[in-house]
Design a protein around this ligand. Structure first.
Ligand SMILES: NC(=O)c1ccc[n+]([C@@H]2O[C@H](COP(=O)([O-])OP(=O)(O)OC[C@H]3O[C@@H](n4cnc5c(N)ncnc54)[C@H](O)[C@@H]3O)[C@@H](O)[C@H]2O)c1
Length: 351
C-alpha cells in the first residue's frame, strides 16, 4: 500500500493498494467528525461496490444513505446536481458530515461540485472505480458538471479529504473502460515521464499499481505548483482541446478516454509536421493507443473540431493555450491566436 500526500489548499492522502476497499470506514473515522454520510454512485458502481462500501462505513459508526443516478456522461448535468443537493438536504447533513463519491470521473466530478456547494462546502471522499478516475479525476480538486453549451462549464476547485484507490477494482474493469484510463496514463507519459512510458511498454497490467502511483505523483506535483490552473496545470490538458470537441460532436457516444487518445494523436502529428517536436513521438503515442484498442483518428473535419473547440472554456482574449509534445516524455504549453488552432487541427487530421 502506498500513501501519497497531496499538499493543496486542503492537504490529503491518496491511498493506493490492492484489497483496501473495506478499510474506507476506518480511514474516514480518523478524518471526519460528523456521523452522517451519503454515498453517491451511478447504477453500475452502486451495484458492484455499493454494499461493501456501505457496510465498511456503517461498521465505522456512521449512518449511511445512498444516492444513485443512471451511469453515463449525460448524468453529469445540472438536473442531477440539483437532485443530489436536495437529497443531501433531505438527509439533513451538516457541515461536519461527509459525502463519498463511489465511481468514475462522472460520479467524482459531480459529487465534488455538490460537496463544494452544499452548505458552502462539506467534506468529501473519492473512491475511484475507473482507471481514469484513479490516475486523474479523483486527484487535484477539479469538480464540474456539463452545460448544454459544453463540458465542465460549471464547477469549482474543491479538494477531497481522502482518495482511496483499491487497485483490485482496476484489475476487474471491462477492457474498454480500462483502455479509457490508459489514454490518460499515456498522456502522463507524453507530458512528463519516460518512466511511465517504459512501465506501459513493460506491461500495463503487470505494473498497474506502480503506474497508478506514478501518475498520481505527477498530478500531485503539478497540482501543488498550480492548483488553480493558471499555468503548469494546463499541461494535463494534452489532447483535451480536440477531445472535448470530439466528445461533443459525437453527442458523448465517444468516451472521454477515446477522445483523448485521438486528441493526443492530432496534437502530436501536427507538432511533428510543424517541426515542434522530435520525429517518432506521434508514432509512439499512436502505437501505445493502438495497444489498448483506443482510436487514433476520427472522421470529423478540422473545421468541425475547431468550431466546437471554440466553445471550450480555455480561451482568453483571442488566444488559446495548446499542449504540444517536445521530446519523449516532455510537453510544453504553446499560446497561440485562436486561428492557429485550426492549423493544428488541419495538420493533425490530414490523411
Ligand atoms: N476532474 C478532473 O480532473 C477530470 C479529469 C479527467 C476526466 N474528468 C471527467 O471524468 C469523466 C470520465 O470519467 P470516466 O471515464 O471514469 O467515466 P464514467 O464515470 O462515466 O465511467 C465510465 C463507465 O464505467 C462504468 N464503471 C465505473 N466503474 C466501473 C467498474 N468498476 N466496473 C464496471 N464499470 C464501471 C460507469 O458506470 C460508466 O458507465 C468525464 O466527465 C471527464 O470530463 C475529470
Amino acid at each position: 500500500m502506498e500513501r501519497i500526500r497531496v499538499n493543496a489548499s486542503r492537504a490529503y492522502d491518496v491511498v493506493i493498494g490492492s484489497g483496501i476497499l473495506e478499510s474506507i470506514g476506518a480511514e474516514m473515522s480518523s478524518l471526519i467528525k460528523g456521523k452522517r454520510c451519503v454515498i453517491i454512485a451511478d447504477d453500475i458502481t452502486n451495484s458492484i461496490y455499493g454494499e461493501r462500501v456501505k457496510r465498511s462505513i456503517c461498521d465505522a459508526g456512521f449512518s449511511v444513505e445512498s444516492f444513485v443516478f443512471p451511469h453515463g456522461e449525460e448524468s453529469k448535468s445540472a438536473e442531477t446536481f440539483v437532485d443530489i443537493l436536495e437529497f443531501l438536504a433531505e438527509a439533513k447533513l451538516n457541515r461536519a458530515d461527509s459525502i463519498v463519491a463511489l465511481g468514475g470521473g462522472v460520479v467524482g466530478d459531480i459529487t465534488g461540485f455538490a460537496a463544494a456547494s452544499f452548505l458552502r462546502g462539506i467534506k468529501f471522499v473519492q473512491i475511484p472505480t475507473t482507471l481514469l478516475a484513479a490516475v486523474d479525476s479523483s486527484v487535484g480538486g477539479k469538480t464540474a458538471i456539463n452545460l448544454t453549451a459544453g463540458k465542465n462549464l460549471a464547477g469549482a476547485f474543491y479538494q477531497p479529504s481522502l482518495v482511496l484507490c483499491d487497485t483490485d477494482i482496476m484489475r476487474d474493469l471491462p477492457e474498454k473502460i480500462f483502455a479509457d484510463g490508459m489514454a490518460e496514463v499515456i498522456k502522463y507519459g507524453a507530458i512528463r515521464s519516460t518512466k511511465v512510458l517504459a512501465l506501459i511498454k513493460d506491461g500495463a497490467h503487470k505494473n498497474l499499481d506502480e503506474i497508478i502511483a506514478e501518475c498520481v505523483k505527477i498530478k500531485r506535483d503539478v497540482v501543488s505548483e498550480d492548483e488553480f490552473d493558471t499555468g503548469l496545470r494546463q499541461l494535463l490538458n494534452f489532447g483535451h482541446t480536440p477531445a472535448h470537441a470530439i466528445e461533443k460532436l459525437s453527442r458523448y457516444e465517444i468516451s472521454h478516454g477515446s477522445a483523448v487518445a485521438v486528441g493526443m494523436c492530432i496534437m502530436a502529428r501536427a507538432a511533428e509536421k510543424l517541426g515542434m517536436c522530435d520525429v517518432g513521438i506521434y508514432d509512439e503515442i499512436k502505437a501505445l493507443c493502438r495497444e489498448f484498442s483506443l482510436p487514433t483518428e476520427v472522421s470529423y473535419t478540422a473545421e468541425e473540431l475547431f468550431s466546437f473547440a471554440m466553445s471550450d472554456k480555455k480561451r482568453s482574449a483571442g488566444y488559446v493555450t495548446l499542449v504540444v509534445p517536445k521530446v519523449r516524455g516532455e510537453s510544453v504549453l504553446h499560446k497561440v491566436p485562436e486561428d492557429e488552432m485550426k492549423k493544428f487541427f488541419a495538420l493533425g487530421t490530414e490523411v
